[in-house]
Design a protein around this ligand. Structure first.
Ligand code: HXC
Ligand code: NAP
Length: 292
């Protein structure tokens, strides 16, 4: 099975302009590359201008046009400048991907107030800033057929110890996704989210599995399908969700995690460690209870 194949038909996103926050690395870069291949114009944005410029050069041969615009999504005035830069370059923006994030593992009691705020500001406030700035612009211009796709995590609904600011912020982003899917549908906007399981990226792995934790916690083992995700799988799903093919999908969060969070959730899922022979004995013991 080749799950790294490209799913969409050529030119599926031709004529669309897509802004990808955090588009200069990891999953944001993978999505941006695929959107370009499908004919879209893509604006990549994050704080690091040098990184953005080198990714712009590296991806400029792929099809659509790419523009790098430095922007710290925590600051509304910078996001407004991003809206203007994207509109000036491409006439209009059709799709916003809120992908930028900050995260690190830490016991919560070790966090300073500013450390907690930093994650909330990037993830929740950053998503709010971009959503509000682009949304207001679309509403003011009466432009329709817009899509916002938010990248969350599966712990947005389960919560997770040791990444509490991130879990708190992602839960807020999920609530925003579902709320605006209803409220702003009348303006011709759709809102959806993707909740990825483990997809190896430098940004996430260096902060969530530092040092030899990578060897100690093999994340693939937590996944029923026994592997991590491939970037193209995520890019395929994102391309579908922003394309016209998903025009009736609104307010949805799609999990792409090989079954990981459900494995953690099921009360008796740990029984998979029981060997086949032991099941004969256990079955006999349970059946014997009937006659007592
Ligand atoms: C405790 C920490 C800390 C740590 C930083 N801080 N790292 N506290 N433990 N490991 C504190 C600092 O001391 C400071 O508080 C505050 O956080 C802000 O730190 P800065 O370094 O000044 O912030 P900044 O330069 O804005 O950098 C933000 C960052 C950084 C989040 C800290 O890691 C970053 O730039 N991340 C972006 C990329 C990223 O995180 N990608 C991973 C996404 S993975 P004080 O009080 O000292 O001022 C993901 C989900 C994955 O989101 C799910 C996997 C299954
Ligand atoms: P990543 O490469 O670290 O991506 C995060 C991006 O956000 C970086 O490009 C970073 O660029 C940008 N960013 C951070 N702070 C910013 C700010 N204030 N303003 C603008 N941009 C900012 O990590 P990733 O793994 O690809 O993560 C991408 C998304 O997937 C995130 O939303 C993450 O929560 C989600 N996710 C990832 C996984 C996984 O396994 N990888 C699992 C679940 C969810 P700069 O540093 O240049 O600003």
């Amino acid at each position: 099975m080749d799950y790294t194949k490209k799913m969409m038909q050529a030119d599926a996103l031709k004529g669309k302009t897509i802004v990808v926050t955090g588009g200069g690395s990891g999953l944001g870069k993978a999505m941006s590359a695929y959107f370009l291949e499908l004919g879209a114009n893509v604006v990549i944005t994050s704080r690091n201008e040098d990184k953005l410029n080198s990714v712009q050069s590296a991806l400029s041969h792929l099809g659509g046009k790419i523009l790098a615009v430095p922007c710290d999504v925590r600051h509304y005035e910078q996001v407004e400048a991003l809206v203007k830069a994207a509109n000036d370059a491409f006439g209009q923006v059709d799709i916003l991907i809120n992908n930028a994030a900050g995260n690190f593992i830490s016991p919560t009691e070790r966090l300073s107030s500013n450390a907690f705020d930093t994650i909330i500001d990037i993830v929740l406030k950053g998503t709010k800033n971009c959503t509000l700035a682009f949304g207001k612009d679309w509403i003011a211009k009466k432009e329709t057929e817009k899509v916002v796709l938010n990248i969350v995590t599966t712990y947005a609904w389960t919560g997770s110890a040791y990444v509490v600011p991130s879990a708190t912020a992602k839960a807020g982003v999920l609530a925003m996704t579902r709320s605006l899917a209803v409220e702003w549908a009348k303006y011709g906007m759709r809102f959806n989210a993707i909740a990825p399981g483990p997809f190896p990226t430098k940004g996430a792995w260096d902060r969530l599995l530092p040092g030899d934790l990578k060897e100690k916690f093999d994340l693939a083992k937590k996944v029923p399908l026994q592997r991590v995700g491939a970037h193209q799988e995520l890019a395929n799903l994102a391309a579908y969700l922003v394309s016209d093919f998903s025009a009736y999908i609104n307010g949805e969060v799609i999990t792409i995690d090989g079954g990981e969070w459900l494995k953690g959730a099921g009360q008796f899922n740990l029984l998979e460690d029981i060997p086949e022979e032991l099941w004969d004995m256990l079955e006999a013991m349970i059946r014997a209870k009937k006659s007592q």
